[in-house]
Design a protein around this ligand. Structure first.
Ligand SMILES: [Zn+2]
Length: 163
């Protein structure tokens, strides 16, 4: 039984790693740090604990549906939401940040590198790597991103705002 459970949990994590974030499809919901926990209860139901990146993010419901669909073949699924501690962009791994950059989105600054007064100049261009950029809009294609333009190559890019 124990081995069966371990195998099922492993399969669940593998399936979840294949669920892309609806707004940043280059990252999975696992890479985003949204999947906090996967357990199996005494009835064999998979209990998946999710922490949404932004509360009120319109993608939250889409993510829940995608998670259910991804696990539907494995076992019955129950979703739980954990809001405390709130999701932090610091949960993004170095690999996830690199994928964001390769996708053309500047990854959020970590707490340590945040310099609020110089924020507009501090976001490096994900395309050419130039350190200076200007903010065009506080909101990009979604509320969790801002629109910037590189002062070197002049290309606009999105910046995933840290929270
Ligand atoms: Zn540039």
């Amino acid at each position: 039984m124990v081995i069966e459970t371990a195998t099922r949990l492993e399969a669940a994590w593998a399936a979840l790693r294949g669920v892309p974030d609806p707004e940043v499809p280059v990252l999975s919901v696992v890479e985003f740090g949204m999947v906090r926990d996967v357990q199996e209860d005494e009835h064999g139901t998979l209990v998946v604990t999710l922490t949404p990146t932004y509360s009120g993010c319109p993608a939250t419901e889409a993510i829940a549906a995608d998670v259910r669909a991804a696990l539907a073949d494995l076992a019955p699924v129950r979703l739980a939401q954990r809001l405390d501690p709130p999701w932090s962009s610091d949960w993004l791994s170095a690999e996830a940040r690199e994928k964001l950059r390769a996708y053309g989105i500047a990854p959020p600054c970590t707490g340590a590198e945040q310099q609020p007064l110089r924020l507009q100049q501090a976001i490096a261009c994900p395309r050419c790597g130039a350190p200076r950029s200007e903010r065009l809009s506080h909101f990009g294609s979604t509320a969790c991103k801002a629109l910037y333009r590189c002062l070197s190559c002049r290309e606009p890019f999105e910046y995933f705002k840290p929270i």
